[in-house]
Ligand binder design. Structure first.
Ligand SMILES: O=C(O)CCC(=O)C(=O)O
Length: 367
């Protein structure tokens, strides 16, 4: 069976030797440099990943990778010629990455390409996946299983060992993990979305992209996802030019005042009274920072259970990932890859309840 059919059915594929050794060496050197510039010589803590966006002039090869045939062509085979290249970033993982899916949603449909720059095996951080969990009802079955607190190593899976130059392809809805990885497991990542075709799909893509970019900029310590250099597209790459036009049409840049020119859409820091109410409600957590704009409050909290980014919208938002609390819809995104099960899940859910206690102040802020 061709890999494309396998990937559609099972949610994953490994493209062996897709990147020639010389290109791999150059990409790896860029990744190493970017991680060093951002984090110094230290590797991540246990359970905490380092991440750098790679769409800027400091990493020109990685920035172009999204539109180069070695990644773009497989993405086109999966989702058609108009597939959208959404982001490129590098990571260094330390320790195990627990079971999770990168997206719980059916839209946008998307795929991630992960290129491990060192060899990985079952006992050294190879990606492992739950085949078929990118589709319902297997997705829900896998979710219930991993959230029931089964040890990570006992979750039924297929292990995907890889060598430098291999591209591990997996659907954003597929449950995956990496165990036994030790320190500093470096990965070049790219992800793509199927171009939405209906107004409803466009809306879902727009919503998701706001969260993706927020997540990426948070991981990247505040850097911009689309570096002005990438947007300037000095080399006039036709694929990139089409993506930028499409991103504009879809409203991806709405949260970016500078890019979109829509300054009224920009977020402002949390008003002091809202920050106080949140801090008072979420005892045991410290509010790191936050912002508000129309229909969206973001607040980042720190606790011994890790950092978490909370997104609060009005309750009319039908997004399935949001919990409804009174007139609010609340979602959170953890900022590390520790498993979201058992006690940790309960503590994070309790944070949602606590924050919902400041409902009136939040509603006033995002109105
Ligand atoms: O290598 C790893 O730690 C897994 C990475 C992962 O889960 C991801 O990229 O979503």
């Amino acid at each position: 069976m061709r890999w494309v059919e396998g990937c559609r059915r099972d949610g994953y594929a490994v493209l062996k030797g897709a990147i020639p050794p010389a290109a791999m060496q150059a990409l790896t050197a860029e990744l190493d440099g970017a991680l060093r510039r951002s984090y110094g010589e230290s590797t991540g803590d246990q359970h905490h990943e380092q991440a750098v966006l790679t769409l800027g002039p400091d990493t020109p090869l990685l920035a172009q990778a999204l539109e180069q045939p070695f990644l773009h062509a497989p993405a086109q085979r999966l989702y058609g010629d108009d597939v959208l290249g959404i982001a490129a970033y590098g990571t260094s993982h330390t320790g195990d990455t627990g079971w999770h899916a990168d997206s719980p949603r059916e839209h946008p449909q998307g795929v991630k390409f992960s290129i491990y720059v060192g060899p990985t095996r079952a006992d050294s951080g190879a990606l492992r996946v739950w085949p078929g969990s990118h589709r319902s009802p297997e997705h829900e079955r896998a979710r219930a299983f991993v959230q029931a607190g089964v040890p990570d190593a006992d979750v039924p899976c297929v292990v995907l060992p890889s060598d430098p130059g291999d591209v591990v392809v997996f659907d954003l809805r597929l449950f995956h993990a990496a165990l036994g990885g030790g320190g500093d497991r470096r990965v070049i990542n790219a992800f793509y979305y199927r171009d939405p075709t209906t107004p409803e799909q466009e809306r879902l893509v727009r919503e998701q992209i706001v969260e993706d970019y927020q997540w990426l900029t948070d991981k990247n310590r505040g850097g911009r996802v689309f570096d002005p250099w990438w947007l300037a597209n000095a080399g006039q790459n036709a694929v990139r030019a089409r993506w930028i036009d499409r991103f504009d049409a879809l409203g991806f840049f709405d949260g970016d005042a500078e890019r979109s020119g829509r300054l009224d859409a920009a977020a402002t820091p949390l008003p002091e009274d809202v920050a106080k109410r949140l801090e008072g409600a979420a005892l045991g957590w410290s509010l790191v920072d936050g912002s508000v704009k129309t229909e969206l409050l973001r607040a980042r909290f720190a606790s011994p259970e890790g950092d978490v980014l909370l997104l609060v919208r009005p309750t009319e938002d039908p997004h399935p990932a949001y919990a409804r609390r009174g007139s609010l819809a609340v979602a959170y995104s953890t900022l590390d890859c520790r498993p979201l099960t058992g006690a940790r899940l309960r503590v994070l859910d309790a944070l949602v309840e606590a924050v919902a206690g400041a409902e009136d102040a939040i509603v006033a802020a995002i109105r």
